[in-house]
Design a protein around this ligand. Structure first.
Ligand SMILES: CCCCCCCC/C=C\CCCCCCCC(=O)NCC(=O)O
Length: 584
């Protein structure tokens, strides 16, 4: 070192502790300040996207209103169209007593009114009017071969790919990412003559059985606005239950078709995912091999659900998506009159069903007996244990994917429990949840695990599938009857506190069975009185009991399930229950 450098170094004093502290604090504050600034800026840009979308939505509603008015259906004719049963409407359309454009206009106008009340439509499919015109033109040709569902308007859950529309799943960051193609299911529906006309609301991320997101807001229950319509296909439940659509398409990985059907007083079926293409369905967590979402119909009548599956379970589905085996819809099974043997339960041994829900299942069991079927009580094996396997398989990566998606978007405070999930150590997380009692235990299985532990989870699920089949086969059961959830529609916000109540639906996603729900009864005064005897054993049953006390008048569905490739049997049992309900 030369003499000049030596003298410079000798004049430098060592930094004092205060200087070091000041520099460290400034760096840390700067770092976190920058992160917070970036976070706030990102949120502000997402909020801007949301307000742009809300303006677009208003314009979309105005545009569809004008298109419907242009068709010119007066109030009397509209009422006559809306009052037709699905079968009457099919016949009227084929016999050209009503035009496709008139039916579409009548349903658009009714859906707009229902939406005013329930906030269930995200956007209308404006191209539906061109399609209706095209179908009306086709029908002027005497040689035209009418497709089975000629001119029937169908609503679609927002997460299903429809060309030219985005599937946001409630994420503001997805606004504007428009699909450049239809999902395979949409193309098959178009082949059938359906007219997709409205897209319906979902909860943020789809991982909820409520229905609220920061873009489109909260969807309300058609029977009581203080209650949720269910989710995640909640917009479908509300729109169909409210009379603004007769049939729609939902998706289900834990009850998302069946719970809104139950809460909103309609019917719906989740096919086994083995039999249904998922090409073009945006699921909540992609890449889950054993617990996978299925698209399926929701409708005002069971037969309409059957007609949708008749049109989807065709050879063409396997041609479009070679991963789906060609198993055409078996009309003979659906229309069979052979007496059935059905196993039923009202308590899965994990979460007892509330008084009204248990009553509805008991009454449906009795109705089936009266129709000549054998209905026997049985206990599904080991639900408290296997429900934990469901959470492991649902959150396959310990919640990393969903935590990233939510934290980068406009989440609600209650989402923090999911966002923080991958970062909480097991020793803290499990006791935190277990403080709510044994019903919280299965949820502790959401946490990350090693590959070797994950393999054991999958082996256990496969083992359970065989065990369950053995129970059905040894009893000779053709189908199962049980509750669709422990309670009827809950107050808004409660689904996020009552995840354990989905044990009744999630089990059939774990088993990958076909499972459907049909409305059978309504909560009555006796149910409310008998609710006083319902045992409050923990945090969750306490919430449930309180919610039941003000649930009078809400619809009650019952669930029917059967092994994969038995959708026809499930639909048949659902139809028998529906006929009994309607006094046939
Ligand atoms: C610190 C507390 C952590 C609590 C962890 C709770 C984990 C439970 C979170 C969510 C429950 C999941 C409910 C799923 C409902 C069914 C939704 C559905 O079928 N969605 C369709 C789809 O995803 O495609």
């Amino acid at each position: 070192m030369d003499s000049i450098s030596m003298s410079v170094v000798s004049t430098l004093k060592p930094p004092t502790a205060i200087t070091v502290a000041v520099v460290a604090v400034s760096l840390i504050t700067g770092y976190f300040g920058f992160r917070i600034f970036r976070f706030m800026k990102h949120r502000a840009s997402l909020r801007q996207k949301v307000s742009n979308r809300q303006a677009e939505r208003e314009k979309n509603f105005e545009a569809v209103k004008r298109l419907a008015e242009k068709v010119g259906v007066d109030a009397v004719r509209r009422e006559a169209i809306i009052r037709m049963t699905p079968d009457e409407l099919r016949t009227a359309l084929r016999q050209r007593e009503v035009k496709c454009q008139e039916v579409l206009a009548a349903y658009v106008q009714t859906a707009l009114a229902v939406n005013e009340r329930l906030n269930c439509v995200t956007l209308f499919v404006l191209e539906a009017f061109d399609r209706a015109l095209e179908l009306d033109n086709n029908a002027t040709d005497n040689t035209y071969d009418f497709p089975n569902m000629f001119g029937i308007p169908i609503s679609i859950k927002e997460s299903v790919q429809v060309r030219g529309y985005d599937q946001t799943l409630g994420y503001a960051s997805e606004i504007g990412n428009k699909a450049d193609d239809n999902s395979k299911v949409i193309n098959l529906l178009l082949d059938q003559g359906f007219i997709p006309f409205a897209l319906t609301n979902v909860p943020l991320s789809l991982l909820s059985f409520g229905c609220k997101n920061p873009i489109y807001g909260t969807t309300l229950n058609p029977f009581n606005p203080n209650r949720t319509c269910g989710g995640s296909s909640g917009g479908e439940g509300a729109l169909i239950g409210g009379g603004g659509s007769i049939v729609g398409i939902g998706g289900d990985v834990g009850g998302s078709i069946r719970i809104p059907a139950h809460f909103s007083g309609i019917c719906g079926i989740k096919p086994s995912h083995l039999r249904m293409t998922t090409n073009g369905l945006r699921g909540s967590i992609p890449g889950r091999p054993l617990v996978n979402a299925s698209e399926g119909p929701m409708a005002t009548t069971v037969d309409m659900c059957a007609k949708v599956l008749q049109g989807l379970f065709v050879k063409k589905m396997s041609k479009m998506d070679p991963y789906v085996p060609p198993v055409p819809f078996a009309d003979d099974l659906y229309n069979s009159t052979v007496p059935l043997k059905i196993g039923y339960y009202v308590d899965d041994g994990y979460f007892p069903a509330s008084v009204p829900v248990a009553r509805a299942v008991e009454e449906a069991a009795e109705a089936l007996r009266k129709k000549g079927h054998e209905v026997i009580r049985f206990q599904p094996p080991r639900i408290p244990e296997v429900f934990g396997l469901y959470f492991s398989a649902l959150f396959i990566d310990g919640g990393c994917y969903i935590s990233d998606r939510l934290s980068g978007d406009l989440f609600d405070p209650h989402h923090l429990q999911i966002i923080l999930m991958p970062y909480l150590p097991k020793w803290l997380f499990a006791p935190l949840l277990n403080r709510f009692g044994p019903k919280a235990e299965p949820m502790t299985h959401v946490l990350g695990r090693t590959l070797s532990e994950q393999r054991k989870v999958y082996a256990a699920i496969e083992g359970y599938r065989h065990e369950f089949v053995k129970v059905l086969q040894s009893n000779g059961f053709d189908a199962i009857l049980c509750p669709p959830n422990a309670g009827p529609a809950y107050e808004h916000g409660l689904p996020d506190q009552l995840a354990p109540t989905i044990s009744y639906t999630a089990i059939f996603n774990l088993l990958d069975y076909a499972a459907g729900v049909v409305q059978y009864s309504f909560v009555n005064d006796d149910d409310i009185a008998n609710n006083a005897d319902f045992k409050e054993t923990d945090h969750f049953t306490k919430i449930l009991k309180r919610s039941i006390s003000t649930s009078k008048g809400l619809p009650l569905g019952v669930q029917v399930a059967a092994p994969p490739y038995s959708e026809e049997v499930v639909l048949r049992v659902m139809r028998i229950i529906e006929e009994a309900r309607d006094g046939h």
